[in-house]
Design a protein around this ligand. Sequence first.
Ligand SMILES: Cc1ncc(COP(=O)(O)O)c(C=O)c1O
Length: 466
Amino acid sequence: MINRYQELIEQTFYFPQEGFEVDGGYLSFNKIPIKELIDIYGTPFKLTYLPKITHQIQKARHLFKQAMQKVNYTGNYHYCYCTKSNHFKHILNEVLRNNVHIETSSSFDIDLIYKLYNNGKVKKNTLIVNNGYKPEHYIKKIAQLVHDGFYNVIPVCDNKQEIELFDKNFNTSKVSIGLRVATEEEPNFEFYTSRLGIRHQEVISFYEESIKTNPKFQLKLLHFFIDTGIKDTIYYWSEFKKIIKLYCDLRKRCHTLKAINIGGGLPIKNSLGFEYNYEYMINEIVNQIKEACEKEGIPHPDIFTEFGKYTIGESGAVIFSVLGQKQQNDAELWYMIDNSLMNTLPDSWGIYERFVLLPINHWNKEYQRINIGGLSCDNSDYYNSETHLNQIYLPKFDSEKEEPLYLGFFHTGAYQDALSGYGGIKHCLIPSPKHIVINKDENGKFHHELVFKEQTAEEMLNILGY
Ligand SMILES: Cc1ncc(COP(=O)(O)O)c(C=O)c1O
């Protein structure tokens, strides 16, 4: 009996499922026929499917709206896009079509805002939340935005010294600001408290001593971010409740405080077995804020989110070919791919992030356990486990006689380009792959465009000074 790859997947997961189907022996992603793109462009390539971004934004907005209506919540919901998850122009254009707000993380982000403004994508009324630990040059640019008439800018104080730099650089009064409160880390992490934000027990005294007394500023928003993500765990809810309580205590002292910003961390599908009840989690968030505020007799705050990975992750994929197979001992077989994993998916190497990994073809072949090897000569350039199991199974195929095996890593749209420095100097000088952007028109027809060609030797050597 042959154990076919497709049967393995169908027996292990609910398959086909949203976004992934096999049609005529080939995998499609959001109905995009990947094999057609391979035939046109050749591997390796990155792809971005723009409609998924809008879908994600609308889904979160709908769930927050529904959760708020259910409990007669009187505050509003604000969707901010955190630019650091993906800064590309085609991404920002799609994100901003949905009238979202923006969250920035560094000085260059403000230059990005001006570019978007000059292109008509951002308006003077766009709400811009400024996060991060801020060197003075970042603060100067934020102040410039305010002085130029962007009237919904909310710099978030990450530490007590920043308020002095705000004071020095802003020349207007009643600038809306936020405060970030440092969360306690998960018990198994290396540190107890996040290095980002102001210590929980110092927030109220800091407000009383440094903000309340300064007519230039009014505190508008309290921000926190639980780095491990929005999860239905005791740790998440206990941190969450502590900060909502702090919000209530602060609100009683500060009538300008109107909003709570719960940061990012909404997860995405990183395996076909991923299960997450978005509706339940969002209902819980809204309900817990409402109940805590009512108990303390304060108005329901506006709720801000800054979802990065959630907005953009599921729109991206990277497609490789298996160039050859290497049997290095009786148990270890390698599929060698046509680019480096470290260079293209640095999170898979740096923080052992897993992505949805599926072959594009050979679904009716027998499967076998393999390791995936990247092209660089670094021994850590590999991928050999999935979220649901500590191994990888992929179809067997004959590299000499058959169509090459094509592999897709899916839901790779967030952070990988910035962390790998797309188009920059690459490990072992292996070039950044080409990048294809895909859109769908109102008749359901796909349109694809090559937005970046594969990096050339000339381009890389140029950066290196040759
Ligand atoms: C302040 C802040 N907001 C939002 C995010 C986005 O997080 P995610 O991509 O998990 O949604 C981050 C990520 O580092 C962050 O530091």
